[in-house]
Design a binder for this molecule. Structure first.
Ligand code: C2E
Ligand code: MG
Ligand code: MG
Length: 408
């Protein structure tokens, strides 16, 4: 699925160009306006404004440069403004002039930032138009400049997109990421009930995993990347005791991709917690619910991540009826010193208990936060105070250290 910033940019550039074409065409009183791109010896119509003449000319049409005016205009053999093609011998002699027909023609090149010609911004009419003058040409040039800005912006965006795509693809190809595991404790015990798998990317400079995932989503590789990480994360089962679960993160898009089976195959589904992380509104809540239900019927444990923040709103929580609600760190942080956070967390505990789900508090950094959460009745927690995310072998050693005093 393509989200994204790139498409939004393209849509707005297309809209500016579309409006420029129709404004200039109406101003000049001509029938056809278009923006073309020159590729090799071909002129390709990228945007067209020609009400009623859509059969004659439409986006995607191609013409050989040998047949059209473009190259002659760029190289100075034809003027940019032709009020009557019959007055210009070269124009009059070209077959296209009679074919279309072209009676009047105004066309200026669109240049890339490096000065090279991208294509043409052009208006034409089947009839001569003796009123066309230098001021009309100046207006045409103004609109062409406006379109050139859009075209150059789009070229830049496309370059960035290509670079990002190549980077994410190479991360996927070489699996240039590591999975770290953070223990999640039942707050009444010293033994972790599960571990959350979190991704670390090897690229420099360091960027947090959510930024990498957002970039992957921007270039249409978000689902592939999330699945690759889940695939790697679930290998952790091999080192874990049978009663410990593994929590993996997925966006709603990944959850509804129909591809979870690719990465869940061969693993104990009833020990997998799928944390749904929403960074934007869910596109198709029904599809999400039905896909998740299929997996829940097989034992999958469902968690809503970052509850109390962003898009993980109450409505979503009520609809999905998750097994676990993960209390966002913004609520945990400083909860011992904030009565409002305490009452909100208490309300969430009450709500979760009524719904037969449990609360996992994220980001517990201090003993005071931990004690407050315990008092409120929060069921489970994770955070640096309890254990930092680390490679699984290190995490398991840390966990043993934590567990030892209580077991003695
Ligand atoms: P999240 O899933 O809500 O993960 C919790 C984040 O809080 C993690 O950040 C974790 O390292 C951090 N954290 C845990 N305890 C503490 C604490 O006591 N204090 C502080 N300050 N932070 C703590 P991380 O690993 O940087 O991940 C950030 C977000 O990136 C995650 O939020 C999740 O949305 C996304 N993410 C990380 N790994 C994956 C992954 O494998 N797949 C997907 N789809 N998203 C991931
Ligand atoms: Mg999470
Ligand atoms: Mg979270």
């Amino acid at each position: 699925m393509e989200s994204t910033a790139f498409n939004t940019h393209k849509r707005s550039a297309d809209e500016v160009i579309r409006r420029a074409l129709s404004s200039v065409r109406e101003h000049l009183g001509m029938e056809i306006a278009y923006l073309s791109e020159i590729e090799g010896n071909t002129s390709i119509f990228r945007a067209v404004d020609a009400p009623g003449l859509e059969d004659l000319v439409k986006p995607g049409d191609r013409r050989s440069l040998d047949d059209v005016y473009c190259r002659h205009i760029v190289e100075g053999r034809l003027p940019s403004l032709i009020a009557d093609t019959a007055d210009i011998p070269l124009a009059a002699s070209m077959p296209i002039t009679a074919q279309v027909p072209i009676g009047s023609h105004v066309s200026v090149p669109i240049r890339r930032d490096d000065g090279s010609v991208y294509g043409m911004f052009c208006c034409l009419s089947p009839t001569p138009n003796p009123s066309l003058n230098a001021r009309d040409l100046a207006i045409m040039e103004m609109f062409a400049d406006l379109c050139a800005d859009q075209v150059n912006g789009a070229i830049e965006v496309e370059k960035t997109r290509a670079t990002k795509t190549a980077l994410i693809q190479s991360i996927l190809d070489t699996r240039a990421f590591a999975v770290v595991y953070q223990p999640i404790y039942h707050l009444g015990s010293a033994r972790p009930s599960g571990f959350e798998a979190l991704c670390r990317f090897k690229g420099e400079p360091y960027r947090s995993p959510d930024i990498w995932f957002a970039e992957a989503e921007d270039v249409g590789l978000g689902i592939d990347l999330e699945l690759a990480v889940i695939d790697a994360a679930l290998n952790g089962f091999a080192s874990l005791p049978d009663d410990v679960y593994l929590s993996v993160n997925a966006s709603p898009a990944t959850a509804t991709s129909g591809r979870l089976a690719e990465v869940f195959a061969g693993h104990p589904i009833d020990r997998i917690v799928l944390e749904i992380t929403e960074h934007s509104a869910v596109e198709d809540p029904r599809a999400l619910m039905s896909e998740l239900q299929t997996w829940r019927d097989l034992g999958l444990i469902l968690a809503i991540d970052d509850a109390g923040a962003g898009y993980s709103g109450l409505q979503q929580i009520v609809h999905l009826a998750p097994d676990i609600l993960k209390l966002d760190m913004s609520l945990t942080s400083g909860i011992d010193m904030d009565a409002a956070k305490r009452s909100l967390a208490a309300a969430m505990v009450h709500f979760a208990t009524e719904q037969n789900s449990i609360i996992v508090a994220e980001g517990i950094e201090t003993e005071a936060e931990l004690n407050t959460l315990r008092k409120i009745g929060v069921h489970r927690g994770q955070g640096w105070f309890l254990g930092k995310p680390a490679p699984l072998d290190i995490t398991l050693c840390e966990v043993l250290k934590v567990a030892r005093p209580k077991q003695a």
